[in-house]
Design a protein around this ligand. Sequence first.
Ligand code: XUL
Ligand code: CO
Length: 435
Amino acid sequence: MTDFFKGLSQVKFEGPQSRSPLAYRHYNKDEMIAGKRMEDHIRPAIAYWHTFAQEGGDPFGGRTFDRPWFDKGLEGAKLKAEVAFEFFDLIDVPFFAFHDVDVAPEGATLDESNKNLRVIGDIIGQKMQQSGKKLLWGTANLFSNRRYMAGAATNPDPEVFAYAAGQVKAVLELTHELGGENYVLWGGREGYETLLNTKIGQEQDQMARFLTLVIEHAEKIGFTGQILIEPKPQEPSKHQYDYDVATVYGFLQKYGLEKKVKCNIEVGHAFLAGHSFEHELAVASSLGMLGSVDANRNDLQSGWDTDHFPNNAGEMALAFYYILKQGGLGKGGFNFDAKVRRQSLDAADLLHGHVLGLDTLARGLKGAVALIEDGEFDKLLDDRYAGWDNGLGQDILGGKLSLADIAAKVQADGINPQPRSGRQEYLENLVNRFV
Ligand code: XUL
Ligand code: CO
């Protein structure tokens, strides 16, 4: 045991009336809800980067957090892993997620980095066995090092592509060895700053080649997890190719990869793309592309990706509605891609942030289940489209009528449709009853 979390004990469910400063009020992992344990619905994960590697810096000032593993190389990484698994136990969450550089220090060469990753990967593997904790996903950081400033797969220099490929190979293999259920690709620098120095078509071809290589290697090593792309429209690049779910789908379709890849959808990224979170979920689900979620929220005034912990139960209820409607996230889950604020210095703050997130998700889940079980919401939606279930609607959809046939039918049958209310406020009140 380290003394990082000295004086803190495992967070327990105590119910909404609890006065304890640190307790779950809504997240009750073993509670059965719609036939499944709450934990199995949510499949929550701790993001290694925000919780253990984040330093509390911002563009105006550096590190505010004082962590005993900072600046200590491989020894520091070992201590960090100790503390991470202590945290997973204290917060009582089954999964975690990492980038290579979060867990092990980068070396001067790919070989050196991979050796460090191997050392820490073995330690993490042992700790997973002892604790029963699981890996939701692994990913390679292809955006922080200056070599990636002009992209990884989309770099004008093929040697950068090659280096990135070597990095992904190592992390994909480690993810597979650790039983990871997903592998994520977030293309932070796969985009451009200015068109003046960029060939968009060329870069897209490179990106597709990279993804194809990753898929092929995953198949070759027997990785059966999901390969996920995480859409985001900008930041750090001015224009990112994986703008949103629809854009990602178009890209995948162009290169024939749409059956091989799904999306990891992040709340804050949806907002940056000018969408709501539920929009991205609903679009992904309708395309069979909803694989997993990065849970957080943005400071909506900042216009930036602030990775706050989720605190909007209403938003999460609508999110869970689409997730439940597709029968859950399967191998995916809810990764807390969220960080405590730079003034939140204490070890306990890490727990408070995640409790906020989990209680918010629990309330959202319960709200969505209640909404679905009540049935009126779904019925109203079905009623709105009922015309398409038979008669004219089916004839149109089934391709039985040409444009001329339809026009003739309007005349012959005297069709003159009367507008009906969309009942938005009625529906908002209905949803409010359950959240
Ligand atoms: C960045 C972001 C990443 C990905 C993993 O905005 O969301 O942390 O989740 O690379
Ligand atoms: Co993310």
